[in-house]
Write a protein that binds this ligand. Structure first.
Ligand code: GLY
Length: 353
């Protein structure tokens, strides 16, 4: 549910911020390109990962109805967090190696310059909402583990089993096949034994140029218990500077943490890069920071990582290391105020087929 108190408070701050400050110029186009000067007018836009057509639609409809950007972003990603079919976030997200679902999420509210995050949260279906409550009601930024759960329970969240029949079967299949010398009998060779990652990052800007970002995930499937990825790290999993734009990431979190990728992407936009160029420049930095064990002999990465960005004007873009996933072209979801669509992400490498 949208929190009317937070909505009032955030809208109040939004109005004050816009009224009190003359917004700085935002340059558009690639680095060195022409700059246009905005006075708080943006094209409302929501951009997210490819599993998020419904979330960008929800977020955009809400900001167009006047709902605060953070409330709208969280309401958007909650659709996927509550969807048992999405094995990358929330309820039905794939568990750690012990069969326990541990969720990470974070958010930044641009107008108030506040952030909230939870890491390794168990038993709560919607970690994005809990991250928003950390932002709103505490002087802290991140709560983890049992403390994060107790915090959520104190606000009336219900503790629930986050495993579905399907995610339990995936985990049991992984456990059976994890090694040739373990005591578990292997399941048939032809069964899928991939190690999925998945996450949602959603960034939204409203017509006043106010921004928020949120990222939520169940993290790397079969991770070591307690592992926290990039998603709850402010500046890695997502980041917003209300003067510039918002950005966030999906994919191999450890590689993103090493470059503070969401923050870096926003900084590239601050220097005048268009969102797509900013995402690609961050990915180049990721490659500079990648150790040899994570590279193929030809220097291409053994992992994938994507960034999504929107600037204060509502320009958007995304970049990935690879042009395609195992299922097809690497895409992202966007709602540009007129319609929701999938777009192809820019990329650094073509995946050998
Ligand atoms: N990017 C999600 C994770 O690595 O946990």
């Amino acid at each position: 549910m949208i929190d009317p108190v937070s909505r009032r408070a955030f809208l109040g701050m939004t109005g004050a911020a816009v009224g009190a400050a003359v917004l700085p110029p935002v340059k558009q186009g690639s680095l060195g390109g022409p700059a246009i000067h905005l006075r708080g007018v943006a094209r409302p836009t929501a951009i997210s990962s490819a599993n998020s057509l419904a979330p960008v639609t929800q977020a955009l409809e809400l900001v167009q109805a006047g709902v605060d950007t953070l409330d709208a972003a969280v309401e958007g990603v909650k659709i996927q967090e509550l969807d048992p079919e999405d094995t990358s976030v929330g309820y039905g997200g794939l568990p750690n190696e012990h069969g326990v679902v541990q969720l990470d999420a974070s958010c930044v509210h641009g107008p108030s310059r506040r952030a909230g995050a939870v890491g390794a949260l168990e038993g709560i279906k919607t970690p994005s909402e809990v991250a928003k409550l950390v932002l709103k009601y505490t002087d802290h930024i991140m709560l983890v583990g049992e403390g994060a759960k107790q915090f959520a329970l104190s606000y009336g969240f219900k503790e629930e089993d986050l495993m579905t029949q399907a995610s339990r079967e995936d985990w049991l299949r992984w456990r059976a096949n994890r090694g040739p010398k373990d005591d578990w009998l292997d399941v048939p060779d032809d069964e899928n034994m991939v190690r999925p990652t998945g996450t949602i990052n959603l960034n939204v800007v409203n017509a006043a140029g106010d921004l928020s970002s949120v990222t939520t995930t169940s993290g790397l499937a079969w991770k070591i218990p307690g592992r926290v990825g990039d998603s709850p790290i402010i500046g890695a999993g997502q980041y917003t500077d209300n003067d510039i734009g918002g950005a966030g990431s999906t994919g191999r979190g450890e590689s993103n943490i090493m470059v503070c990728g969401a923050f870096l992407t926003v900084e590239h936009m601050r220097r005048g890069m268009a969102p797509t160029d900013a995402c690609l420049e961050t990915l180049r930095r990721v490659m500079q920071m990648t150790p040899p064990r994570l590279l193929h002999p030809d220097g291409t990465p053994r992992f994938d990582l994507s960034f999504y960005a929107v600037n204060k004007a509502g320009e958007f873009g995304a970049g990935s290391l690879y042009d395609r996933t195992r299922w097809g072209p690497r895409r992202y979801a966007v709602h540009d105020g007129r319609e929701a669509s999938f777009q192809d992400a820019a990329y650094l490498y073509e995946r050998a087929v």
